[in-house]
Ligand binder design. Structure first.
Ligand SMILES: [Mn+2]
Length: 320
């Protein structure tokens, strides 16, 4: 694993007025690493703004943020933009895509297909999460991993490792978590905040979706199609589908799990998961998406049934 680049630490120490951002529709790693980066900048006494086009998802409102997360571009005179967990410069949305052409940018990411779009790039797919990378920045700056900084990093790493269950759960991640527990982080307190904030509608949606799950290709491919009607009838939104795809991997014999979510007429969001050596990023990139070996996704512009056929065909040809 690559260490924190010296120029990155130098930029944080010498610079001021940072815009910290992450990808739209942020997950736990995006929010956790943004929050952690903000806590670090706060400790350094720097001016900074947190920005995410989609804002803070409701389920993370318990997190003790170093500053509010803006959803509109807050001013323009930034010395540095820090882009986190974003595989490409357009992932944080239009405003940032435009601004990083003009403002020096620090790009910290663990997606293998990141094209090093920053002025300073620290991209390493060997890290479980960007949160793990930010923890190394904090250590480099002699900051203690405790309190809200530790909560933010913990949120990031458990989100991307599936609570230390995916293949990216390295000894380094476990040691990082152990260190934070030693410093006072209480898993019994924080895990329910991350995991158990479901609405009744969400559990009904999962019931409905699991009921309709399909297992094809001799049970090697598990599929769930989530229609807009299913969301409507349960009073849920796209964010409530999170985690469904992983449920399919619980079924013995399933090598590749996919969910297809109808976001609008003729537009389907796909999520792909695999366990072990099966590489779903290859399937995703063939369908115009991307991601990690065991967790990938993308958008297919086609009606649900057509998208389903495309995913099945793409998966069949790429399964071991
Ligand atoms: Mn991530």
């Amino acid at each position: 694993m690559t260490p924190v680049p010296n120029e990155l630490t130098r930029a944080l120490k010498n610079g001021d007025n940072f815009l910290v951002t992450s990808h739209v529709k942020p997950d736990g790693d995006a929010i956790g690493s943004m929050s952690a980066a903000g806590h670090i900048l706060k400790s350094l006494g720097k001016r900074f703004v947190l920005y995410n086009e989609s804002g803070l998802p409701g389920k993370y409102t318990w997190l003790d943020l170093p500053a509010e997360i803006h959803t509109r571009p807050p001013g323009n005179d930034f010395e540095w933009i820090v882009v986190l967990d974003s595989a490409s410069p357009d992932r944080p949305g239009e405003y940032i895509t435009g601004r990083i052409k003009e403002v020096p940018t620090i790009n910290i990411d663990h997606h293998p297909d990141n094209p090093d779009f920053g002025s300073i790039n620290w991209v390493d797919p060997a890290f479980s999460s960007v949160g793990e990378m930010i923890s190394l920045v904090a250590k480099q700056l002699d900051l203690e991993l405790s309190g809200p900084l530790a909560h933010s990093i913990y949120l990031a790493i458990v989100s991307d490792t599936g609570f230390f269950s995916f293949g990216n759960t390295t000894s380094g991640v476990l040691e990082l978590a152990a260190g934070m527990v030693r410093q006072g982080l209480d898993p019994g307190e924080i895990n329910p905040l991350i995991n158990n904030q479901w609405s009744v509608g969400r559990i009904r949606l999962h019931g409905l979706a699991l009921q309709r799950s399909e297992f094809i290709d001799n049970g090697r491919i598990g599929i769930i199609c989530i229609t807009r009607d299913m969301l409507k009838s349960t009073g849920t939104g796209p964010e409530d589908c999170e985690g469904l795809v992983n449920m399919l991997l619980k079924v013995s014999g399933v090598k590749v799990a996919c969910t297809l979510r109808e976001d609008e007429e003729g537009r389907v969001k796909i999520s792909l998961r695999s366990a072990g050596e099966e590489d779903v990023s290859r399937i995703a990139s063939r369908l115009g998406g991307g991601g990690h070996k065991n967790a990938s996704g993308g958008i297919i512009d086609a009606p649900m049934l057509e998208a389903r056929e495309m995913v099945i065909a793409g998966t069949r040809g790429n399964i071991q």
